[in-house]
Design a binder for this molecule. Structure first.
Ligand SMILES: [Zn+2]
Length: 217
């Protein structure tokens, strides 16, 4: 968003509230990705790099370039490119390629908590009600289920989303004590049952047992 321009050194400058932020050129970035994609697919294929600025409040203030466009211009540009490359690849080849690329995909597991240098007190723990998500209401554990004090809904599996957050943000391994603290449940037995019911892989035994949340992520 904001006013976007590109300087002679190919840096992208974002101007918001009278302050400039600098980013590497998206055009150079996408050209680098073309090279990386070529190495990956190892085929003489036409690859056309295109940069699309999707934020509706982005104002593009650089010389017109048909490959640095707004979202509104994308479908027209796609039609032009389809025409331009109409003789290149058959749909079957493209489908096979898409399938090959998909099979090579692996998820990136990154510790976001460390990446953004968050501290524990910045994170609100607990099981949030998905129906009241904008109000950020925490559900409470009552009679073997989770209940939202705001909308009154019951959800037996509401803790799964919280455990996913824990897996993504903090650690893929969690023990009973950590789960009690994160889910805001006092009972060791309740948490033990919740974790065991998810049939997660377990590491260790007894009080030191760690549950692997990978299956949920
Ligand atoms: Zn609710």
């Amino acid at each position: 968003m904001g006013s976007l321009s590109i300087n002679d050194h190919q840096q992208l400058i974002q101007r918001i509230n009278h302050a400039n932020k600098y980013y590497p050129s998206p055009h150079l970035q996408v050209q680098l990705q073309v090279c990386q994609l070529r190495t990956l697919i190892n085929e003489p294929l036409a690859i056309h790099p295109l940069v699309v600025f999707t934020h509706p409040d982005a104002s593009l203030n650089f010389e017109y370039n048909p490959d640095l466009i707004t979202l509104q211009a994308l479908s027209l540009r796609m039609n032009e490119l389809m025409e331009e490359y109409s003789n290149c690849e058959s749909t079957t080849n493209i489908k096979q390629l898409a399938f090959d690329l998909k099979s090579k995909h692996s998820r990136k597991h990154e510790n976001l908590y460390n990446h953004y240098q968050l501290s524990k007190n910045q994170l609100i723990s607990g099981v949030f009600c998905i129906w009241c998500s904008e109000k950020k209401t925490l559900m409470t554990r009552t009679h073997g289920t989770w209940q939202c004090p705001s909308c009154g809904r019951l959800d037996k599996l509401a803790h799964i989303e919280a455990l996913k957050d824990y897996g993504y943000l903090i650690n893929r391994l969690i023990n009973n004590e950590e789960a009690r603290s994160f889910l805001r449940v006092n009972s060791r037995f309740t948490v033990s049952r919740l974790l065991n019911d998810l049939k997660l892989e377990k590491i260790g035994e007894g009080k030191g047992t760690k549950y692997d949340l990978t299956k949920l992520l």
